[in-house]
Design a protein around this ligand. Structure first.
Ligand code: HEC
Ligand code: HEC
Length: 270
């Protein structure tokens, strides 16, 4: 009898001990796991919103649709940027306050910019993630008819091409279907206008007035459609010395009809 009770007591005792150990362990595990999933969801949401603010703030005029850089530094060297950010966080600070004596503007509302701190943190997450370059998730889609936004109607929320942001939101003058020059001008207003005036005045690159009346391109090839196409695709980065202003390559950014229309537009510059 003595033995049975003591066995029974031992079972109770052990069960209690196990419960005391396992229960909080389980609770902690559950809480941690669920919390980390919530953090994941929150992060994913930031990336999505960040892609939108990168497009709508037109960061791409200086950093490229794919974050490949231009006037601004490249933002798509993801590993490098992550390593630097881990050592000394700089992304939020740079976007919020700009970079003194460079063309990087201040974006934070408190600094006179258009974005609040949450929007800037979302862009930071989008840059650090580095998986959606060239695309933005349209969180404020509109419906456009005859070149005008239809008030009160919501368009399709989806991933769209960053290069189409202005078009998607009726922020460009509408072009007639056959008006290739008009379409080319729109392409130009994306990445090119940041570095080139359409007058003779130099910006970062030379003013482009009369470009098709010039004898040669900077690579000494005569100005014609084929050589202009090559120039725009390759740019001059490959042969320019470090630190010199250069013409970025547009092989992936400006293609097909966009490229043809762009060249038609360049021909009209006088
Ligand atoms: C008018 C051109 C311009 C615009 C528009 C612009 N930037 Fe910049 N940005 C720059 C330049 C130039 C630099 C490099 C400054 C320097 O030399 O240190 C830079 C630097 C940065 C850096 C730091 C890069 C690094 O490697 O140190 C980040 C991040 C950045 N920009 C993000 C943005 C974001 C996000 C936007 C839009 C909200 C934006 N930029 C809009 C010109 C611009
Ligand atoms: C980051 C600045 C930058 C951007 C963006 C840029 N370019 Fe350039 N571009 C230059 C520079 C600098 C030169 C001068 C050539 C050189 O030294 O590399 C140049 C040269 C040119 C030339 C030759 C001009 C001449 O007088 O010989 C043409 C044409 C041209 N760019 C067109 C464009 C077009 C079209 C776009 C948009 C798709 C564009 N560029 C985007 C910097 C830029």
């Amino acid at each position: 009898m003595q033995k049975i009770i003591s066995d029974y007591t031992r079972v109770i005792l052990w069960s209690t001990v196990l419960l005391i150990i396992i229960e909080p362990g389980y609770l902690a595990f559950d809480a941690l796991f669920r919390q980390s999933r919530q953090v994941e969801v929150f992060k994913e949401e930031r990336i999505v919103r960040g892609s939108y603010f990168f497009a709508s703030s037109q960061c791409w005029t200086c950093h490229g649709f794919n974050g490949e850089g231009g006037i601004g530094l490249p933002l798509n060297k993801t590993e490098e940027i992550r390593t630097r950010e881990a050592k000394e966080p700089f992304i939020e600070k740079t976007i919020a306050r700009g970079r003194y004596s460079t063309q990087m503007p201040k974006w934070l509302k408190e600094e006179g910019g258009p974005l609040d701190i949450e929007e800037i943190r979302a862009i930071r997450e989008f840059i650090l993630d580095g998986k959606h370059w060239g695309k933005y998730y349209d969180i404020h889609p509109v419906v456009i008819e005859n070149g005008k936004v239809i008030e009160g109607r919501l368009g399709v929320k989806a991933w769209k091409d960053t290069k189409d942001y202005l078009k998607d939101h009726a922020l460009l003058p509408p072009c007639e279907e056959k008006d290739l020059v008009c379409k080319g001008k729109i392409v130009f207003s994306g990445p090119c206008a940041a570095c080139h005036n359409t007058t003779a005045e130099t910006k970062v690159g030379p003013g482009l007035a009369g470009i098709f009346k010039k004898a040669n391109l900077p690579n000494n090839k005569p100005v014609n459609d084929a050589n202009m196409t090559e120039w725009l695709q390759k740019g001059s980065a490959s042969y320019k010395a470090e630190g010199q202003p250069f013409m970025p390559p547009y092989e992936t950014q400006v293609r097909g009809d966009d490229l043809k229309n762009l060249i038609e537009y360049l021909k009209t510059l006088n």
